[in-house]
Design a protein around this ligand. Sequence first.
Ligand code: FEO
Length: 164
Amino acid sequence: MIPNKKMEEMLNKQMNAEFYNSHLYMAMAAWFENQNLPGFASWMEVQAEEERKHALKFYNHLKERRGNIKVSQVPQPPANYKNALDVFQSALDHEIAVSKEINKMMEAALAEKDYAAVQLLNWFVSEQVEEEAQTDAVVQQLKMIGESRGSLMYIDRHLAKRKE
Ligand code: FEO
């Protein structure tokens, strides 16, 4: 069933937000590369790929339901951060904001009785719990080590192991 205009707009908006998320994490990866922290950079690259997959989930949902798909321009992501903790704290704050958007969409989908969208959004609700948790785990580690370069290198080696 074709989504109604309101849901179509929301699905497109979130698809484009997820493309932005991918871009944002690539900019964070680039920041870490510039700081010679390849493990952190690699973690961010994997995250950028995940975000692209999120965007494609919305894209394919619209496609399968014959909705009108509108891919928009991607805004410029921030490029300057104070330190690794600043990057991960920004990522966590961003994920919390994404979760709020997903919840808003869920409320709208339920109100519109768009159960196909509810089904899709159920996946995203669980995914957001995971996204927040994995980002918060790194925030907590970075808070714990303070200014220690040795510990930062240790975390860098550990994060390099992240696979999709
Ligand atoms: Fe797709 Fe990290 O939100």
